[in-house]
Design a protein around this ligand. Structure first.
Ligand code: NAD
Ligand code: TYD
Length: 351
């Protein structure tokens, strides 16, 4: 094998797309997927690669430092692509400590293991940290986040991700570890856990349940198809210079309410419902505390330096996404049972 790569959080939404891409595109890489399988991790996301010779799944927790050290010792990794995280803002408001543990302590455990295991050969190894645009805080009506925008996180989630980004840079500056970081905008696509806006709305519309829109629905998010994110990670992993940061985004800003209305239209069409019937499910609920008004990513560095461009128009991607959820009812039923039910009832009963 040319490279042995540890991908963390590979059973989650974005991680499963990254694992699939690397396992299929690079048969001469060994891909080890380390995941704790929290409520958000699902091995059903990877059934199409689980039998591949260059793929291995390991269940484990990045918060467990001894376990991580041993994993590095046994596997002698050449690189890490780190996606494992607690990722949902609303959950971070309800229980911030889990975010500190996984996103901050877990990341530092991985950095420590990499630092020890790769001693003397840092230039041949790479630690790729996958982060979010939410570390930059909130924009007003105009402007975009660039790689030079100062960090200004507002939620426990974004604060924990910002903290982990700082640790990754500190390990580059202090110890000389080869690191790269990317900060991506909101992703959408298949295998997305239905606690986040788009899959939650699809699931609720399908089941004729209220579609909760926070506040007035005026908040703006910049949406990118998850497979375009996975391709950007591939490009950055292979081509970025050490210590670099890249913003990833598709110049695709939508007000939440406009996005939900477009989704309702697509769903009416796919489900053969009367035009306008799904829109009646829209229900305005109490706003999220500290709700960032607008995110918008300037990805021109990635586009100009590494030649990456998004491949799909949003309307097309959203339609493909709806089709995937309607065709994969069993997946949706599996992930919406157990833990999700009680989370959903508490989260929305209080609004
Ligand atoms: P996700 O919640 O779908 O998946 C996270 C995965 O990490 C799950 O499989 C979970 O089991 C695993 N995990 C959680 N805690 C763990 C632990 N302690 N040890 C090992 N594994 C653990 O998240 P996602 O949306 O796929 O996001 C992946 C990464 O991308 C995160 O770092 C997130 O901050 C970042 N990101 C996400 C978005 C987005 O729109 N979803 C945008 C930009 C960046
Ligand atoms: P989300 O998918 O949670 O992503 P993030 O908060 O990380 O951007 O939310 C996307 C946007 O949709 C955000 O502005 C909050 C809003 N939202 C709702 O209006 N209703 C919902 O039920 C959810 C989950 C989110």
């Amino acid at each position: 094998m040319k490279k042995r790569i540890l991908i963390t959080g590979g059973a989650g939404f974005i991680g499963s797309h990254v694992v699939r891409r690397f396992v299929k595109s690079y048969p001469d890489y060994k891909i080890v997927n380390l995941d704790k399988l929290t409520y958000a991790g699902n091995l059903l996301n990877l059934v199409d690669v689980e039998g591949e010779d260059n793929y291995e799944f390991v269940k484990g927790d990045i918060v467990d430092a001894d376990f991580i050290t041993e994993l590095f010792h046994v596997n002698q990794f050449d690189a890490v692509i780190h996606l494992a995280a607690e990722s949902h803002v609303d959950r971070s408001i309800a229980s911030p400590m889990e975010f500190v543990m996984t996103n901050v302590i877990g990341t530092v455990n991985l950095l420590n293991a990499a630092k020890e295991s790769w001693k003397g050969e840092y230039s041949q190894k790479r630690f790729y940290h996958v982060s979010t645009d939410e570390v930059y805080g909130a924009l007003g009506e105009v402007g975009m986040f660039t790689e030079a925008t100062a960090y200004d996180p507002h939620s426990p989630y974004s604060a924990s991700k910002a903290s982990s980004d700082h640790f990754v840079r500190a390990y580059h500056d202090t110890y000389g570890l080869d690191v790269v970081i990317s900060n991506c905008s909101n992703n959408y696509g298949s295998h997305h856990f239905p606690e986040k806006l788009i899959p939650l709305a699809i699931n609720n519309i399908k089941n004729n349940k209220a579609v909760p829109v926070y506040g007035k629905g005026e908040n703006v998010r910049d949406w990118l198809w998850v497979e375009d994110h996975a391709r950007a990670i591939d490009v950055i992993f292979h081509q970025a210079k050490t210590g670099e940061t890249y913003n990833i985004g598709g110049h695709n800003e939508w007000k939440n309410i406009d996005l939900i209305k477009l989704l309702c239209k697509i769903m009416d069409n796919k489900l053969g419902r009367e035009v306008g019937s799904s829109e009646q499910l829209i229900t305005y609920v109490t706003d999220r505390a500290g709700h960032d008004l607008r995110y918008a990513i300037d990805s021109s560095k990635l586009q100009e330096k590494l030649g990456w461009v998004p491949s799909l128009r949003f309307e097309e991607g959203l339609e493909k996404t709806v089709e995937w959820y309607l065709e994969n009812e069993q997946w949706l039923n599996d992930v919406t049972s157990s833990n999700y039910q009680s989370y959903y009832e508490t989260q929305y009963a209080e609004r």
